[in-house]
Design a protein around this ligand. Structure first.
Ligand SMILES: Cc1cc2nc3c(=O)[nH]c(=O)nc-3n(C[C@H](O)[C@H](O)[C@H](O)COP(=O)(O)OP(=O)(O)OC[C@H]3O[C@@H](n4cnc5c(N)ncnc54)[C@H](O)[C@@H]3O)c2cc1C
Length: 410
């Protein structure tokens, strides 16, 4: 604490913005006296959220509702309008509904009543009923990433300053002092790093923690040429998997992955059509869609065992605990982080202590999710016959064990 940290922001962060310098300076100056004692009254807290992805927008909405003063900066010059789809399990829909998004999810997304596990030829190994699995929480939904972002932006009442990032950050007894890339300055009681898996805020919290490659690379795309995909459907091969689910508006999100020794592994260069040529006709049809040629490609990575907070800088979402998407818990964990952080900060008291409490409350749950993603990954290396039998006879129990704790409120 007490020393200024120059932040190593990603190279696509604009050097300067044509927007006004950030409002943090003026507002902080106005309220410093109310928040310089260490024992801060929660509703007077001034919070800077860095990153306007799902975690950042959800955090801004949750903190604003608790009466805190929130500024949001986002390095991209425009709101996000791209991306493929997201499967939102029951706890994810419950958390988003609590933020006020229930109607938008129904209007923009698609119900996902079940998950079907198949071998690569399309023979059914198991059917999991989502209403039964998520009893007492909420119905599962598939939605486009752009649709969820737009819905979140609709409920965030504080402006998001696009094209702005942090250039320095210094913690001292009266809070966190920051400089913005547009020349503005600010003082905040808490700074929230919601800046994703390659978080630069994480450097202030835990420089040793970073993204770790999980031995797979993946592709995803949206298509409207798949009328018979009415649930989350996965085809499992040997070292490869293909997934499709409805996301509303007649569209389907497709996701494919393949085991790889490194993100640059030449296996991926073979291309989707070749890698999945022995798969069920429905998979080959989906891959014949023009959108498949422009699929997003990325390594599958996670962030784990890191610290969540240092002083008054705290991480949420992927910045804290990015995980393999195989449990589809990224959105749920990000929005639950937002809710718990808002709840804890609103209790009032010593801010450093509140921030610590937030980490202590969230860590067991996000670690549980990561352990489940590792277990799921291990099933990929089982011999095919063993894995197929395990899923045929044990998938329901596996799902129940993996998700049951997440039915509880965070
Ligand atoms: C292939 C794949 C499929 C997935 N599928 C699902 C799924 O089906 N269901 C599910 O729940 N989850 C899924 N996830 C996980 C989910 O996408 C993430 O957990 C979620 O998007 C995390 O949101 P975030 O806001 O933490 O991070 P991000 O979405 O990465 O947002 C971070 C934001 O911060 C901004 N930013 C970064 N650095 C700075 C900076 N220095 N200054 C200012 N702004 C900055 C970025 O521009 C970005 O807008 C999937 C993930 C992957 C990789």
């Amino acid at each position: 604490m007490g020393q200024t940290r120059r932040l190593n922001v990603a190279s696509d962060a604009p050097e300067a913005s044509d927007q006004e310098p950030c409002c943090g300076t003026g507002r902080s100056a106005e309220r410093t006296s109310a928040s310089s004692t260490g024992d801060l009254v929660s509703s007077h807290l001034e919070v800077l959220v860095v990153g306007a992805g799902i975690a950042g927008l959800a955090t801004a909405a949750a903190l604003d509702r608790k009466g805190m003063f929130v500024d949001v900066i986002e390095r991209h010059p425009e709101p996000r309008s791209t991306g493929a789809g997201l499967f939102l399990p029951g706890n994810s829909v419950r958390a988003l509904t609590a933020l006020g998004l229930g109607e938008q999810l129904k209007a923009l997304g698609s119900p996902v009543p079940g998950q079907r596990l198949m071998d690569r030829r399309g023979r059914v190994l198991a059917d999991i009923d989502m209403a039964e699995l998520w009893r007492g929480t909420a119905d599962c939904v598939g939605i486009t990433r752009a649709g969820l972002h737009a819905s979140l932006r609709d409920i965030v009442r504080v402006p998001v300053r696009h094209g702005v990032t942090l250039s320095s950050l210094k913690q001292s007894d009266d809070g966190v002092h920051v400089e913005f890339s547009d020349g503005g300055r600010g003082r905040y009681d808490v700074v929230v790093g919601a800046d994703g898996i390659r978080s630069s805020l994480r450097e202030s919290v835990d420089p040793a923690a970073g993204a770790r490659f999980l031995g797979q690379v993946c592709w995803r795309f949206l298509t409207d040429e798949a009328p018979d995909i009415d649930r989350w459907s996965v085809w499992l091969g040997s070292g490869t998997a293909f997934l499709a689910y409805p996301v509303g508006g007649g569209r389907v999100c497709c996701y494919a992955d393949v085991a790889a020794a490194s993100p640059e592994d030449p296996t991926a260069a073979a291309g989707l059509l070749k890698l999945f040529s022995g798969y069920d006709r429905r998979v080959r049809d989906l891959l014949a869609a023009p959108a498949a040629e422009k699929a997003y490609f990325s390594p599958v990575e996670e962030v784990r065992d890191g610290m969540w907070a240092h002083g008054r800088v705290v991480l949420v979402g992927d910045a804290a605990h990015a995980s393999s998407p195989n449990m589809a818990q990224g959105v749920a964990m990000a929005v639950e982080d937002a809710q718990v952080l808002a709840e804890v900060l609103a209790m009032g008291g010593d801010t450093d202590d509140l921030v610590r409490q937030y980490g202590q409350r969230r860590l067991p749950r996000t670690q549980w999710v990561q352990r489940q993603t590792h277990r799921r990954n291990r099933t990929r290396s089982l011999p095919l016959a063993v894995r197929n039998i395990a899923f045929r006879y044990g998938a329901k129990a596996l799902y129940e064990r993996g998700y049951a704790p997440l039915r509880e409120l965070p």
